[in-house]
Design a protein around this ligand. Sequence first.
Ligand code: EPZ
Length: 440
Amino acid sequence: MLPYPSSDASGESVSDPQSATPDKIRIIGGQQLKGTIPISGAKNAALKVMCAALLTDESLYLENMPNTLRDIASQTELLTHLGCTLSAEGDLMAINAKNVNELTAPYEIVRKMRGSILVLGPLLARFGEAKVSLPGGCAIGTRPVDLHIKGLEELGAEINLEGGYINAKAPKGLTGAKITFPKVSVGATENLMMAATLAKGETVLSNAAREPEIADLGECLVKMGAKIEGLGTDTIRIEGVKNLSGAHHSVLPDRIETGTYLIAAGMAGGTLKLQNARIEHLSAVMGLLAQAGMEIDQSGNDIIVHRNGLRLKGIDIMTEPYPGFPTDLQAQFMAMLTLAEGAAMVTENIFENRFMHVPELNRMGADITVQGNSAIIRGVKKLKGAEVMATDLRASVALVLAGLVAEGETVVNRIYHLERGYENIVEKLQGCGAQVEKTA
Ligand code: EPZ
């Protein structure tokens, strides 16, 4: 296990967001995929357990961390700015927040990644004060944080918004409350759950989000001494405690990365073994992939996916909070539907602007029409390679998947987005026979 983190080791082994020079991926389509892909720890759980470290002055030791991701580097930068010491090696990370000496999360860091809003609840709960830049909109929608703010106010915080910052104060500490979310929100559930661990008395979060990453964060908090019941359900009860302590926690496997490679096999054909994956976190997706014509088996913690030469069938999907179909797999599934037999409809119910991949897929020969929050995809026989660009993580990976099956060469620009959320994607695909490389 890693040593107690020292200030000399403040995240140096976590990748530097500015360091990558190749910014494109070149793909020659047409190879079947055959081989084994190890699934990394879940980005959207890792980013949150890092924030949980702020709740204690003891060290938090994390395993199965996707340490090479840019988003993890951004969160490392933020925690270091606040005065935490971090060290990382392989997929291990140690964080110590004993010497936090700064309670402001500045715009320059928050703007890079919305996941940084998750420091708000822990800072406020432990130090009675926090100032966090409003994250603003992003490519996939306006993405307000009103539910985070309202929930913290219900726990007794005084909050005002000034100069683009959330100024939150709770000089006498937070007090437990019954909070019913008017809308299901992953981030608000997590922020409130973390804040409530150190509040006085009981907090009940109703209409809470049920994503597996939230339960993973909750399990980490329980190891730290928090009293939480109802994880994985829409009603989470937290009995506040005076202090939390250090702990060891292993982050759950990334269900979105898993789903992305399942879809890759569906598009390119062949057989993939996805190692250390959790099939039960993808139940909404598995049924649909089987309906489309894929064969999926489980062997211990591995998933084996196979598609023979037959064409997949078009399937309608609709994104919903967990356990429904995840918005984070919508773009990838749509890329697959471009080649399926017949027409299919994709409805995006979580984010209002998450169809940026559509014009790029159409440039590759797809036939997709968008109407409001739905897209009609008419399956075509083949896609053609092109130079493409996308503005968010999942849209970018959808274009990589399309490139794997398109005729000729596809160049995906601005792989910055991919590196935010997919560890070693080029190497993982190369290892299964794909002709893919990074280029400047
Ligand atoms: C998390 O974002 C994920 N990000 C997203 O993953 C994911 O798409 C999303 O959950 C939904 O599953 C991280 O975990 C870092 P929400 P989050 O709060 O927490 C609205 C990826 O590709 N809303 O559940 O920000 C919001 O605008 C990313 O890895 C409010 O109106 O999502 C959206 O329409 C992208 N007010 C809906 O709720 C609020 O205060 C769900 O958002 C908060 C949210």
